[in-house]
Design a protein around this ligand. Sequence first.
Ligand code: ADP
Ligand code: MG
Length: 587
Amino acid sequence: MAKDGEGRQKDTSTRDREKGLRDHEELAARLRAIDGRGYKAYLDIKGAWEFDDFTLHVEHVQGDPYAAPSRVRITLPPDVAALPASAWRTRPRALGTAACLARAFAATARTASSRRGTGRSGTIRMDAPGQQVMLQTAVHVYDDGAVEARFQVGLPARGRRVLGREAVELLTADVPELVRGTLRGPAHEAPVLERHAATNEDAEHLRAALDEQVLVAFVADGALLPRRSGVDDRPLEGTVVPFASPESLRVSVEVPNAGTVTGMGIPRGVTLIVGGGFHGKSTLLRAVEAGVYNHRPGDGREQVVAVADAVKVRAEDGRSVAGVDISPFIDGLPLGVDTHRFGTPNASGSTSQAAGIVEALEAGAGVLLVDEDTSATNFMIRDRRMQALVPKEGEPITPFIDRIRALHEELDVSSVLVLGGSGDYLDVADTVVVMRDYVPDDVTGLARDVAAAHPTGRQSEEARALVRPAPRAPAPGCVDPRRRKKPVSVKVPDTRTLLFGDEEIDLASLEQLVSLEQIRAIGQALVRIAREIDGRATVPELLDRVEAAVEREGLDALDPRRPGDMAAFRRFELAAALNRLRTLRVD
Ligand code: ADP
Ligand code: MG
């Protein structure tokens, strides 16, 4: 792999050649030698340095003490990492262990990192995972027990002058102490490591069991679902009612570590979650949404899982839409607007929700998750009275209620809906769960009786058969990562925004996107997609290629600079980012 056109870093073979040549004493000598010189002198320490028990790679040297800190990478061979085999025996175990080590490193770095001069001098920081456990680039545990960690250090300066002695302390004392104190097996109590590995392995098994049991999700008895707040994903403190499945929906699953786990299975088909306001409906649905990911021990949702292709869809007025066939839901808009290739810079509630569903189907969604709180009412339902007042001829919308059965029966796409307001949906449901004081009850039978006793009188407005949308092919040049003179500009200012080239992509409505690290990786994936768009490759094909590359080479496939701040993402969130790029065109 040669230096590519984007001025990226040198390749692995150069690094490996350097490996073994220079040791930490030479590093210390160099740092002392550049003491007092201009900050650029730090470029001298780029490359690999052998320590007694690990290798330190200085990957990128910051331009000045106020810039983003320098990026370093540490590799520990298996005998030094000294993790028990149970910590890396299977891939899910290794991922659980890696998340545990990363959290320990990040937390210790936060409290231990000391200021050693101006700006960010002396700081050490790592992008640790949040509540989720997924492939990430901060810490990697290899399948032979080797450990790699990537983090950032602020190289010390006074003003813009190198503080050599402080740098020696930072790199040859602080960093090794942190590495030995957090990244090695003996630094952790064995049961703690085991819990992280085992919990993650069990979660994988639970998710794998869903297909066999014909379920879309599983919520274990005893799970703690509510979160601290909309911006704090940690478990709610105080009195929390543990989840308890209704008897009729209770299933049991065997997992390798916890043994038999029981809980509520949400079957394939159409499931309604009903109940009074504030009784925990949305909280349950959000736990199911989050169930596409695994969770850390102590999260409360360790044994709550959903199939990997479950996608939350919602109304998102104001978003852009590019050439999406929303005609299954909306047809015959005023002024003859074509909804077979619907595009707008400013979608309404109903058109945005229709587009969201069609885009999810295009990307391969198998389950749709919908909450009335975030849906457009006119998209969800037209009741008898409204049908009488405004005849179908004057109403472009075929509401979701008239498509939900066909989604299941024709396209094998299940739905889980939270609804407190519209009983008309009782006619189309396979399973109805009521939430009462945060406790679910199976009221499917009762719901059938109610539906029979109180016919809605509404007419189905389903016009024609439902088919999967034909995949769109983005037009060459419409996804452009360039900004001013830079060939690639990808920035992630917060968890709601991706700055891509000259464009700002609004991701605030993607509820299944959980971290900045995921958005950074998605940004790089879009760069890759930009290169592959040729007017013929379709959106699902482009998603397949990214997925295959990550499967083959890991997240580094997306960014050869090997940043330590990326995390795995699903094809659905990548597609959603692409679909919200305002320059996207399909001709
Ligand atoms: P709904 O969608 O039915 O109106 P929510 O799911 O929004 O209700 O929940 C209402 C409130 O109850 C939220 O503040 C939530 O954090 C809290 N809550 C939800 N589930 C539980 C639970 N099991 N125990 C304690 N509080 C809960
Ligand atoms: Mg709600």
